[in-house]
Design a protein around this ligand. Structure first.
Ligand code: CAA
Length: 241
């Protein structure tokens, strides 16, 4: 029986590439999404990967959504916490709402989603919790006090979880991408991208979503059982943690 993988924010951007890479690697994949019905339906039609709509920032919605995935596909063996948003602003201008929105979607969601699958994974003796971090959670970023805090939080969360899952063959790891060619990065003003971001990337280009998909497939595999609590950095040399 193919293992079941659930990818949050799995129908667009990096998440879509992760969903497809896991499917190609033989997993049965379910993709969660929150907002864009059109994009999600197009993704499902193109890939054959079923999509499930709920907000990862809402615990009850996570419980109901995961129950539906498990009823239709099976118990979740691999959880990829990928869903995330930015609300960039210099700290002086950042509002409480911009702080809270990012914390809810990027950090609360890790607790909510993982809470729903962790005990089942431990009981079955296999699990992979893979959380998508960011170079900006490792090094900080002008305009991202909220996002950097949430992404740094993901690393602490993962290290704690890794210790609790280890005896049951449930690993927890972070993949920390750098700047990847997605809508999120395209939202950065072109001038800022050209003058501030690209010159910091030794490889000299943005990453491709598929490059992150391959990292996730590696950590999701049976052969990655000795890797837990780690952060796999994929940022073109921008920051060497
Ligand atoms: N370093 C130093 N100074 C910077 C700076 C930087 N990176 N970015 C802007 N500044 C400076 C400007 O030059 C300007 O200085 P002057 O006033 O002396 O001219 C000043 O800060 C502007 O400050 P404001 O408060 O007025 O900022 P703003 O309203 O113009 O916008 C911003 C600031 C929203 C942060 C904008 O610069 C921006 O969008 N930056 C990009 C942030 C970024 O990289 N986000 C990553 C998104 S992708 C992602 O998150 C995925 C991932 O995981 C990698």
């Amino acid at each position: 029986m193919a293992r079941v993988a659930l990818v949050t924010g799995g129908s667009r951007g990096i998440g879509a590439a992760i969903s497809v890479a896991l499917k190609e690697a033989g997993f049965q994949v379910a993709a969660n999404y929150a907002g864009n019905d059109q994009a999600a339906n197009d993704f499902a039609a193109q890939t054959g990967i079923p999509v499930f709509k709920w907000s990862v920032a809402d615990f009850e919605a996570c419980q109901a959504g995961i129950a539906k995935v498990e009823a239709e596909i099976g118990p979740v063996d691999v959880l990829v916490n990928n869903a995330g948003i930015t609300r960039d602003s210099s700290f002086s201008k950042m509002t409480v709402e911009q702080w809270r929105e990012v914390m809810a979607t990027n950090l609360d969601s890790l607790f909510f989603m993982t809470k729903c699958v962790f005990d089942g994974m431990k009981k079955r003796g296999f699990g992979r919790i893979i959380t998508i971090g960011s170079v900006n959670g490792q090094k900080g970023q002008f305009g991202q006090a909220n996002y950097a805090a949430a992404k740094a939080g993901a690393i602490g969360f993962t290290k704690a979880l890794a210790q609790e899952g280890a005896r049951s063959n449930v690993t927890a790891n972070v993949v920390a991408p750098g700047y990847i060619a997605t809508d999120m990065v395209k939202a950065v003003p072109q001038e800022v991208l050209n003058s501030k971001v690209l010159p910091q990337i030794p490889v000299g280009r943005l990453g491709e979503p598929e490059e992150i998909g391959r990292c996730v497939v590696f950590l999701a595999g049976e052969g990655a059982g000795f890797i837990t609590g780690s952060t796999l950095t994929a940022n073109g040399g921008q920051y060497m943690a």
